[in-house]
Design a protein around this ligand. Structure first.
Ligand code: KIV
Length: 275
């Protein structure tokens, strides 16, 4: 008897094959319940290390650990059935050597069952990407603004707004594609630069604050739902869940204080002989 699911999950090669085709839809998710919703619309779901800021209230992604990524990666795998699940490699889990990167990536893949990992960095990570891909680890790369380097960059500002700064970003995108990455996230870069990279590089570009010129788009789910207190300028909020949750909690608190909660409809009546 086969124990494989009837629903076939998308794979890294499926995403790779979408270059220049129908735009690729993706969101981050860190929970089973939001993953189940995202799964209905997204080609891939990213378990981003942004969970450090979004779920844990950290200032940056730097303190995020491999254990945190694995725990949330498992939840997203349980909640989703169709989308490719990509798990971020956190800061410090892959930069020392290509062997360290393989050990960390293999742990993430074995313990979560995800279909790919993502890591930050362009030319400097090319050798590592090649090593991982050659050993069966599908890699999504991430260039432009790389938040794990916040302490070296000094701020989360957009990259490549001056044409003089384009060359290293273009070189990064080419280097990760040549190394075998199946897609590359372009974060917070100017539109003409994103357009040039998307035209020239043979793998799908996934934009976040990088214009509609990319082959696909990604947003942090909590940012587009209006749940994050501070969001980058490029984020479009599709709803405002923060105020809705605030109102629900305030109404509940007021009802508890006035003893209006729980009313009869939410109370178990005493069992009588006839019931
Ligand atoms: O961690 C994350 O959520 C990301 C996206 C912003 C691409 O890397």
């Amino acid at each position: 008897m086969s124990i494989q699911s009837d629903i076939k999950r998308l794979t890294a090669p499926d995403i790779r094959a979408r270059k220049g085709g129908e735009p690729i839809v993706s969101l981050t998710s860190y929970h089973a319940h939001t993953a189940a919703i995202a799964d209905r619309y997204c080609d891939f779901i990213l378990v981003g290390d942004s969970l450090g800021m979004v779920m844990h209230g950290l200032e940056t992604t730097v303190p995020v650990t491999l254990d945190m990524m694995i725990l949330q990666g498992l939840a997203v795998m349980r909640g989703s059935r169709r989308a490719l699940v990509v798990v971020d490699m956190p800061f410090g889990s892959y930069e020392t050597s290509k062997e360290q990167a393989f050990t960390s990536a293999a742990r993430v893949m074995k313990e979560t069952g995800c279909g790919a990992i993502k890591l930050e960095g362009g030319s400097r990570m090319a050798e590592t990407i090649r090593f991982l891909v050659d050993r069966g680890v599908p890699v999504m790369a991430h260039v432009g603004l790389t938040p794990q380097s916040i302490n070296a960059l000094g701020s989360f500002r957009a990259q490549g707004r001056d044409v003089a700064d384009w060359a290293p970003i273009v070189a990064d995108a080419h280097a990760v594609a040549e190394a075998g990455a199946f897609a590359v996230v372009l974060e917070a870069i100017a539109e003409p630069l994103a357009a040039q990279i998307s035209k020239d590089v043979p793998i799908p570009t996934i934009g976040i604050g990088a214009s509609a010129a990319c082959d696909g788009q990604i947003l942090v789910l909590e940012d587009m739902l209006g749940l994050s207190p501070r969001v980058p300028k490029f984020v479009k909020r599709y709803t405002e869940l923060g105020p809705s949750i605030d109102k629900a909690v305030a109404d509940y608190a007021a009802e508890v204080k006035s003893r209006a909660f729980p009313g009869p409809a939410h109370t178990y009546p005493l069992k009588t002989k006839s019931t």
